[in-house]
Design a binder for this molecule. Structure first.
Ligand code: DX5
Ligand code: ZN
Length: 227
């Protein structure tokens, strides 16, 4: 994975057909997805449950781009090796998930993955100021995590602050929640380069109508690139 700040669209398979993940992943990649975003929820850190390591391992052979695994779990550290073994390329933990996010990021990189740190909407940019040297991705949540399809919460001031803090360092700014062709230009103008989108990618499509996914991805990319 080389670093660049071109716009990357990362569809969240939380909005895919849960009976057909392999075909869904192949369809979004064929239709222009840059990364595949996998939302892991534990029913404790967030009020929803999704994918354990065996499920993520089953997704792996279908992902030809980048498997971007977003952990909404607490605690994190005991599960890092399991998600490495499952084949995550990027493993993102929340800064709110425990008292030792610095140790968590070290452990993620130590397990051979790129490391991400995510911030809930109520968490200030400063919370990650001393973690940026250990991060490859900063994920700014623009919804309260737990569910797809929620309304975008405007975090442009926080994104701009992070962009200034990061400067020339090779750290992606990823936006997660409520990204669509209307909100994408705002976050890109503020400094984001990776856009997670669930409902705005999968809406109206299916593995039998994959062109809809392609149109949805292209619409987000076009709006973002025009920003
Ligand atoms: C929210 C997840 C998101 C979510 C995005 O907890 O982290 O990745 O699936 O879904 P949309 O794009 O529908 O807001
Ligand atoms: Zn996510």
């Amino acid at each position: 994975m080389s670093f660049d700040r071109s716009i990357k669209i990362a569809p969240s398979i939380l909005s895919a057909d849960f009976a057909n993940f392999g075909a869904e992943i192949r369809a979004i990649e064929a239709q222009g997805a840059d990364w595949v975003h996998v939302d892991v929820m534990d029913g404790h850190f967030v009020p929803n449950l999704t994918f354990g390591p065996p499920a993520v391992k089953a997704f792996r052979p279908h992902v030809k781009t980048v498997m971007d695994v977003h952990l909404m779990i607490a605690p994190v550290d005991a599960y890092i090796d399991a998600y490495a073994d499952a084949g995550a390329d990027i493993l993102t933990a929340h800064v709110e998930a425990g008292p030792h996010p610095h140790r968590t990021l070290q452990a993620i990189r130590g397990a051979g993955m790129k490391a991400g740190i995510a911030l809930n909407p109520g968490t200030p940019a400063q919370a990650v100021a001393h973690l940026l040297d250990l991060a490859d991705v900063v994920c700014v949540m623009t919804v309260n995590p737990g569910f797809g399809g929620q309304s975008f919460i405007d975090m442009t001031a926080k994104i701009a602050e992070l962009r200034a803090m990061i400067g020339d360092s090779p750290v992606h700014i990823q936006i997660d929640g409520g990204v669509d062709p209307v909100t994408a230009p705002k976050v890109v103008a503020a400094g984001a380069d990776v856009l997670v989108a669930g409902s705005a990618v999968f809406r109206g499509g299916s593995v039998d109508k994959p062109g809809v996914y392609g149109g949805n991805i292209a619409a987000i990319r076009a709006a973002a690139t025009a920003a």
